[in-house]
Each structure stands twice: as C-alpha cells, then as structure tokens.
Ligand binder design. Sequence first.
Ligand code: BMA
Length: 333
Amino acid sequence: MITKKCPALPNIPWEERPAGGKANRDEPVWRYSANPVIKRDATARSNSIFNSAVVPFNKEYAGVFRVDNTSRLMNLNAGFSKDGLDWKIEDKPIEWEKATPDLPDSEYKYDPRVVFIEDRYYVMWCNGYHGPCIGLGYTFDFKKFVQLENPLMFFNRNGVPFPRKIKGNFAMLSRPSDSGHTPFGDIVYSESPDLTFWGKHRHVMGPAPFERSAWQCTKIGAGPAPIETDEGWLLIYHGVLTSCNGFVYSFGAALLDLDQPWKVIARSAPYLIAPREIYELTGDVPNVTFPCAALVDGETGRLAVYYGCADTVTGLVFGYVDEVVDWVKRNKL
Ligand code: BMA
C-alpha cells in the first residue's frame, strides 16, 4: 500500500467499481452511480454549485463550495455532511474576517481548495482583485473564516496548497493567467516561510504537445491538493483542449518528486475523466469536468474525487490510489 502517509478514513464515501461491460477498459476511476452528488439548487438562491472542496472534519465532512447565485455572482459557502454524499450547504456566503485591516476587498471568489496543514484548514481560491488572483484564508471550525494576504500577484488561478511543508516552507501550485478565459497555462510551484511572502518559483509542467495528448494541449491547472504516496505526490490536474465549440475540460494525473515537487516523475497521456455523461456535457458551460477535492483512506487506498460538472453541479468519482499511480506509470506522456 502506497498511501500509508495519508490518515485512515474509514467512512470515506464509496461505491464499488461497476461490474460488467466496462470492466476491461483501462480506466482506473469510475463515476458515482447517483451523480451529480450535489445539485444546482441545493441552497435558497444558488444558480449552480460546482468546483468545490470537501475535507474530513470531526469524523464527518465539511467543505467550501463554489456557489454562483441567481444574480450570477460567484462566491464561497460553507457546508457540512455526515457521509460526504448528503450535503447541507449554507444559504449565505462565508463572511471573511480580515487578518489585517488593509487587506483589499474581493470582487468575487470561486474555485476553492481546502487542505488541513498542521493545526487548521486553509482555503485557497480564485480571488477577484484587479483580475483573477489567488486568495488565501483559514478556518478551524468552518464557521469563522479569516482572510490572509493574496499570496501572488494577479493574474493567476488554480492556487493549490500542499498538505505539509516542504523542507520547512509552505508550498503551493498555481497557474499564471490573463484577465479573461486564458488560452494558455502552465503549472508553477512556489514556497513561503510565513504564507505572506512567496518565492522559489519553479516551472512544473505546461500543456502537452497536441499530437501526443490533445485533451491537455491548450492549458493545464492543478486540481485537488497533492496526495502523498511512497512514489511521489499524486497530482490530479485538469487539462483543456480547444475544439471548434470552445474549451473542453478533462482531468488526468501526474506524479511529482516528494522533495522537489517541480520535478515531474510521470504524467498521463490519456485522461482519467473527460466530459461523457449528460451532466458533464450540458449545463451553464458545456463539456467541463473540473476536479477540486480528493478524499483518501490511507488504510485501503480508496480515493474519492469531487469535480465540477459543466459549471453547474458537482460529481464524484472513485478509485484506488495504487491503481491510479500504476496507471500513470503505464500511460506516460
Ligand atoms: C475557468 C474557471 C472554472 C470553470 C472553467 C470552465 O476559467 O472559471 O471555474 O470551471 O473556466 O468554464
């Protein structure tokens, strides 16, 4: 078992791989049969709930959800669940307390990631401040939330913290962008001693050559917080293809070096999941599967990945960390 570095999570949401016709396909993950696990109208004024982050919390689950409301404003709401499947999401967005009074206001917030580091849950999101930038904050209880300095300059999206310090520093991935629907994008690594000042920027990987892996040939971005395994950090990441109808968002996986995570050990040429089901193919933005959170049971290696579907609802896929790692190594770009 290569996931012993992750804590046990005996109540991880789970469903066995479906038997039958698809059993011989080389696809290490399978969709929850009751997808979408979170519907678009789960709060009083939500237009859509997608690209959201869940974590184990007090033997149950909590999360920070991207809730676009019926004015089509993008914001983050807290939510709670006993089993990771049935969610109660707050009707009102999180009201952030500023760590220092001179912190700039956010024009919007979207695409959160949540990770427990040392003593608290950190939230990273795409924050509106003169264009998209990375927002950062923390909570202990998912009731009171404190906002910290924006880690990096605008323009940037898909900020994702590592779940532990690397050689004494906090670490994150991000994806420098422009102010619009960016037609490019590479994953970059950065470190910080104090979560305010970030440096040691390193290029991790860029889009793949079109002729070798087309689903990730326009841009890529980190998904859930990297998962620590004996073979490296397992990074689930999204990739974008530009079709005649616009962007198509799929996701695949890579293995990064444990001590120098900007070094890519392996990266998958095929995707893990691409828009195929009706709730991934149609919605407010068609053809989007966008992972933002992963739960792992360190005992069994079970993996549950939450992903936004067509910018409208939230889906869930299951797999085993070992099988995904093995699949990445067998299907290297
Ligand atoms: C990106 C972000 C994501 C979204 C994706 C597809 O720029 O807005 O939240 O899922 O586009 O529309």
